[in-house]
Write a protein that binds this ligand. Structure first.
Ligand code: ADE
Length: 226
């Protein structure tokens, strides 16, 4: 998979070189390129923003640098992902869907956002997804892009050492994951649930399923059918 990131803060993405993501890049599973939007400006101050038409607080990202950058970076079948608090919410099914793509281009806006015509222009010519990572407001799309990139790339075939661990996680079956334990069997007087020491695989599976449902009911009732 190829991932391009366009941002005015390219150093934000230096952390992509570490840990599993770094190894995926080394293994050739992932080709990540970070671009500085200001490289597509032409004035002395490398201006990327201007005041909003119609008035109001804050600044808006100008369309011209975005147009030049995206014309150059977007490949034939690319999906343009625009992190924004006004987008659809990023969930595991969308991570799975985006993990199938050949190229993802993340357009990280700052200030009050990007001129709407940039979105409209590329939506008329290709695939654009406006995506929010949750109902809160960040200072820009960078942290949101990073969260999405981590969730997507760990689903790439060959990324995980043990792909089976993907199947048991929260959200894979629409429920939260059950509680997990390791040795010792007693810690500070707290015991591991005895069923997990029983060796009875069917009983363990049934207990885990029950715990998943109970946890989901308590913490995320919105995930359960009515
Ligand atoms: N940019 C600012 N807030 C955001 C959010 N919640 N999700 C995605 N992008 C954002």
């Amino acid at each position: 998979m190829r991932i391009d990131i366009v941002t005015i803060f390219p150093t934000f993405f230096d952390v992509l070189g570490v840990s599993l993501l770094g190894r995926a890049r080394e293994k050739g599973l992932l080709d990540v390129r970070v671009h500085d939007l200001r490289d597509w400006t032409h004035d002395r101050h490398r201006t990327v923003d201007d005041t909003p038409y119609g008035g109001g607080a804050g600044m808006v990202m100008k369309p011209e640098p975005w147009g030049e950058a995206l014309d150059e970076i977007l490949g034939e079948d690319a999906v343009l992902v625009v992190p924004t608090p006004s987008g659809e919410v990023f969930r595991q099914p969308l991570a799975r869907e985006l993990a199938q793509e050949k190229q993802l281009v993340f357009a990280c806006g700052r200030y009050e956002g990007i001129d709407q015509r940039v979105i409209d222009h590329y939506a008329a010519r290709g695939r654009v997804r406006l995506v929010s990572i949750g109902d809160y407001v960040l200072n820009g799309g960078e942290v949101a892009a990073m969260a999405m990139i981590e969730a997507i790339t760990r689903l790439l075939p060959g990324f995980m050492g043990n792909p089976e661990s993907l199947l048991e996680e929260s959200h894979e079956d629409g429920l939260l994951e059950y509680p997990i334990y390791t040795k010792p069997a007693v810690w500070r007087g707290l015991e591991v649930p005895p069923v997990l020491l029983s060796g009875n695989h069917a009983a363990v599976a049934a207990w885990r399923r029950e715990q998943s449902i109970e946890r989901t009911r308590e913490r995320r009732p919105d995930l359960l059918p009515d």
